[in-house]
Design a protein around this ligand. Structure first.
Ligand code: MTE
Ligand code: MO
Length: 259
């Protein structure tokens, strides 16, 4: 037997050995975060499921199965960044998704639209699009992962939610940031995820104003979480210690759903 064959045999045996541990680990990840290993690897940029370097994968999985506490801590690390991509990887056309078909996208009157701010904040003055555009903007190319089993790469730009919350004098020690939308959608984030450097109030998609179907005029974009945690067409932001839930969360989806 060649050295490679011996190594492959050893790794296959190792994989068989850790299989029950892996199944347990994946189950625990799913229960804690609502993520499969596949979705987790997409969000984290960590190739856990496929690849060419079998040795590395096996070692990674082995390490994960041995270090569950570390994996859990890593899952909830608010500073862990979602992977970013080059412009050449942007998917066009981008997929539309909502709990209704495209003909039901809410109509927004730009002249009267405003973003209401309420709850545990010092300044409750509503915001216009013009005022939001005057704040420093942040742009990123990230992967949007829908729990229904598809993912696409897009470019979103806007105001980092952290900068916005600081600007309105939000109580950053509060537990939740909630959002209400122009349709019947609503959602909420844990404060660490709201303050995450990649979480933005997006005004632009692919370099121009958000198209109607992708959340005009303002949407939340949270690349460290599954797509349903990014409400479109938002009309209100509030800071609270009372769990606000969310459209899908209240129907059983895992609330955290991120890394
Ligand atoms: N207001 C609103 N926001 C929403 C939804 C919705 O139905 N209404 N659907 C969510 C889900 S499940 C996904 S996958 C994304 C889809 O965003 P896209 O249309 O830009 O792909 O929006 C999220 N935000
Ligand atoms: Mo979704």
């Amino acid at each position: 037997m060649s050295r490679d064959e011996t190594e492959a045999k050893r790794l296959r045996a190792l994989r068989r050995e850790i299989q029950p541990e892996l199944v347990k680990l994946e189950r625990r990840l799913f229960l804690r975060s609502g993520l499969s290993l596949g979705a987790l690897s997409l969000l984290s940029g960590c190739d856990l499921s496929t690849g060419t370097n079998g040795t590395l994968i096996d070692r990674t999985l082995w390490a994960m199965s041995r270090a569950n506490d570390r994996v859990q801590a890593w899952l909830f690390d608010p500073n862990k960044l979602a992977p970013t991509y080059p412009a050449s990887m942007i998917d066009t056309p981008f997929r539309f998704n909502a709990y209704y078909p495209p003909d039901n996208i809410p109509e927004i009157d730009e002249a009267t639209w405003k973003l209401d701010v309420s709850g545990l904040v010092a300044d409750k003055t509503p915001w216009t699009l013009q005022k939001l555009r005057a704040l420093p903007q942040e742009s990123q190319i990230t992967r949007h992962i829908c729990i229904e089993g598809w993912s696409q790469i897009g470019q979103w730009s806007g105001v980092p939610l952290k900068a916005f919350l600081e600007r309105v004098g939000a109580d950053l020690t509060a537990k939740y940031v909630g959002f209400k939308c122009a349709d019947r959608y609503y959602g909420s984030l844990d404060m660490p995820s709201a303050l995450h450097p990649q979480t933005v109030l997006a005004l632009d998609f692919g370099g121009s104003a958000l198209p109607l179907e992708y959340g005009y005029p303002l949407r939340v974009r949270v690349p460290t979480k599954l797509g349903f945690k990014s409400p479109k067409h938002i009309v209100s932001v509030f800071v609270t210690n009372d769990y606000p839930g969310g459209y899908w969360e209240d129907q059983g989806y895992n609330w955290f759903s991120g890394i």
